[in-house]
Design a protein around this ligand. Structure first.
Ligand SMILES: C[S@@+](CC[C@H](N)C(=O)[O-])C[C@H]1O[C@@H](n2cnc3c(N)ncnc32)[C@H](O)[C@@H]1O
Length: 459
C-alpha cells in the first residue's frame, strides 16, 4: 500500500522552495500528490506563512536563539508551518503540533525535538496571552506589525510616496487574504449569477456589487464550482484592473468607436483582452510568453470571445502581422514590479529586489516608445502598470509627454472620482492611481496606475 502524502510536509517543501527563490507557481508542484482538500489546506498554510513572514520570524526568534545547524531548510519551514497553524489558523493545537512533528522525515530527524519543543512553547504562550491580552495588535501571543512583513526598501518607498499612515494601511491590506472579484461579460449576466448563487450550497457567501460588471465575493471559493464558470459568463479580475479598460472604452464610445481596432500588448492571461472584446472591440492580443498565451486562449475559448493572437516580443523589429499597421487604440499593460498585487502574490516581497525597478522602468520606456508606432493619429495609447512605484507610473507618463508633444493626456472618465486622486484634477495630466488601501472597508483593491493619451498629430 502506498503511503498517503503528508500535507504539512508538502506545505513545508513548497515554502522552503519559495524561500530559496522559486515563485509560488513554480513551487506549487510540491502539493501535486495531495488530495484536493489537503492541497487547499497546505496552500492556506503557505499563504499564511508568507503573508505574516516577519511576524512569524519574530516570534520564532524568541525560542531559537542560535542558527539551526546543518542544512535545515525543511526543518525551518516546518517550524513556520507549525507556527501558522497554532497562531493563525483554526486547527486544534494538539493536531498542529503532533502532525507537524510527524511530518519530519529522516532528513529532519535531528530537528524533531527542537520542532516539538518550540511548537509546544508557542501553544503555552498562546494560552497565556489569550487569558490576559485584549489588544488587537496581539492575537494568540503573535504581535501584528504589518510593515515588518515587507522588505525595508519597499516600506521606505511606500512611506516616501504615500506617507506613513497610508504605508501602514497598504501593508495591512497586503497581509490579508484578498476577496474574489468576478468581471462579467455583460451586465445582464450578473443578476442571473446572483440568483443561481442564492440557490447553491454557498448561498451564505457575502457579495458586494462594485460596478455594473464587477461583483465581489468576500470569501474565496473554488472558482470552477461557481455558477456560470463553464458557460464563460465571467472571469476573475481585480476591480482595480478593470478600471483602465472602462476609461478607454468610454473615450472610444465618446469618439463613436464602439467596434474599435485595439492592439493589446503584453496581453496574457487576457483579463483586459476579454473585457475589451466583450465590449465589441476587435482585439489583437500580443504576448511574449507561450504558456501565458495558452491561458489567454483557454480564457477566450471559455468565454466565447475572440482575438487575433500573436506570440512575439514587443521590442522585436519585425512582427510581420503588425508591419505598417496602426490601431484605434493600443493598450500597454507593461511588465512591472507588481507591488500593487502582493496580497495575491505574497511570495513577491521575498523575491523582488529594489534594483530591478530601474531595469523595469527602462523596459517600460522602450515599450511605450514602440507602442506609439502602432497608434493611428486621433487614436489612444493606454499605459497601465500594477506597481505602487511612481517611477513605473506617474513619472513614466510625465517623461513620455515631455518627449512626445504630439500626445495629450485624457482626463479620467467613467471612473470613481476618489480613485483619480484630487491632485490630478489641477495638474496638466490626468491619471488613475489606486492603492490596496483604497476602499479598505469593502476589502481594498490592487494597486494600479493607468493613463490614456490621445495622439493628436503625427510625430
Ligand atoms: C502585467 S502582465 C499582463 C496582464 C494582462 N494584460 C491581463 O490583463 O491579463 C505583463 C505581461 O507582459 C508580458 N511580457 C513581458 N515582456 C514582454 C515582451 N518583451 N513582449 C511581449 N510581452 C511581454 C508577460 O509575458 C506578461 O504576460
Amino acid at each position: 500500500m502506498t503511503k498517503k502524502p503528508n500535507c504539512r510536509r508538502a506545505a513545508a517543501a513548497m515554502l522552503a522552495a519559495i524561500e530559496r527563490g522559486k515563485t509560488m507557481d513554480e513551487a506549487a508542484d510540491r502539493l501535486s500528490d495531495l488530495s484536493p482538500p489537503d492541497r487547499r489546506l497546505a496552500k492556506a498554510m503557505v499563504m499564511f506563512a508568507l503573508r505574516r513572514r516577519g511576524d512569524i520570524t519574530a516570534i520564532l526568534a524568541k525560542y531559537i536563539k542560535r542558527n539551526i545547524p546543518g542544512r535545515p531548510h525543511l526543518a525551518r519551514a516546518l517550524l513556520q508551518i507549525g507556527a501558522v497553524q497554532i497562531l493563525l489558523m483554526d486547527i486544534p493545537d494538539h493536531a498542529a503540533v503532533a502532525e507537524t512533528v510527524t511530518a519530519c522525515g529522516r532528513g529532519e530527524a535531528p530537528y524533531r525535538g527542537l520542532i516539538n519543543a518550540v511548537l509546544r512553547k508557542l501553544v503555552t504562550e498562546k494560552k497565556n496571552s489569550d487569558k490576559t491580552n485584549k489588544d488587537d495588535t496581539q492575537k494568540h501571543g503573535l504581535s501584528y506589525d504589518p510593515l515588518s512583513n515587507f522588505p525595508e526598501w519597499m516600506v521606505a518607498q511606500w512611506r516616501e510616496n504615500y506617507g506613513s499612515e497610508k504605508a501602514e494601511s497598504i501593508a495591512d491590506i497586503h497581509c490579508q487574504k484578498p476577496p474574489l472579484d468576478l468581471c462579467f461579460k455583460s451586465a445582464e449576466a450578473m443578476p442571473l449569477f446572483i440568483n443561481a448563487l442564492s440557490q447553491s450550497d454557498i448561498s451564505n457567501i457575502n457579495i458586494h456589487q462594485l460596478s455594473p460588471n464587477v461583483l465581489r465575493l468576500m470569501d474565496a471559493v473554488d472558482v470552477e464550482t461557481l455558477p456560470g464558470f463553464e458557460a464563460g459568463d465571467w472571469w476573475v479580475q481585480d476591480y482595480a484592473a478593470t478600471l483602465p479598460v472602462i476609461w478607454l472604452d468610454k473615450l472610444l464610445a465618446e469618439n463613436k468607436q464602439i467596434d474599435a481596432t485595439i492592439l493589446d500588448l503584453c496581453a496574457a492571461p487576457g483579463g483586459k483582452t476579454m473585457q475589451l472584446a466583450s465590449r465589441g472591440h476587435h482585439l489583437t492580443a500580443l504576448d511574449i510568453s507561450a504558456s501565458r498565451l495558452d491561458r489567454l486562449k483557454a480564457n477566450l475559448t471559455r468565454t466565447l470571445l475572440t482575438a487575433e493572437i500573436i506570440q512575439a516580443d514587443v521590442m522585436e523589429n519585425t512582427i510581420p502581422y503588425l508591419k505598417e499597421k496602426t490601431f484605434d487604440a493600443v493598450l500597454l499593460d507593461a511588465p512591472c514590479s507588481a507591488t500593487g498585487t502582493i496580497r495575491r502574490h505574497p511570495d513577491l516581497p521575498l523575491h523582488r529586489r529594489e534594483k530591478e525597478v530601474l531595469k523595469l522602468t527602462e523596459i517600460q520606456k522602450n515599450m511605450l516608445n514602440r507602442a506609439d508606432k502602432w497608434v493611428r493619429v486621433g487614436g489612444f495609447l493606454a499605459y497601465v502598470t500594477c506597481s505602487l512605484d511612481p517611477r513605473e507610473g506617474e513619472e513614466q507618463l510625465k517623461e513620455f509627454l515631455e518627449q512626445h508633444p504630439n500626445y495629450e493626456a485624457c482626463a479620467p472618465t467613467g471612473l470613481p472620482d476618489e480613485l483619480c486622486g484630487h491632485q490630478n484634477k489641477g495638474s496638466a495630466f490626468g491619471y488613475l492611481r489606486t492603492t490596496p488601501a483604497d476602499w479598505r472597508d469593502e476589502g481594498g483593491m490592487d494597486g494600479f496606475f493607468a493613463s490614456v493619451l490621445k495622439k493628436i498629430k503625427a510625430s
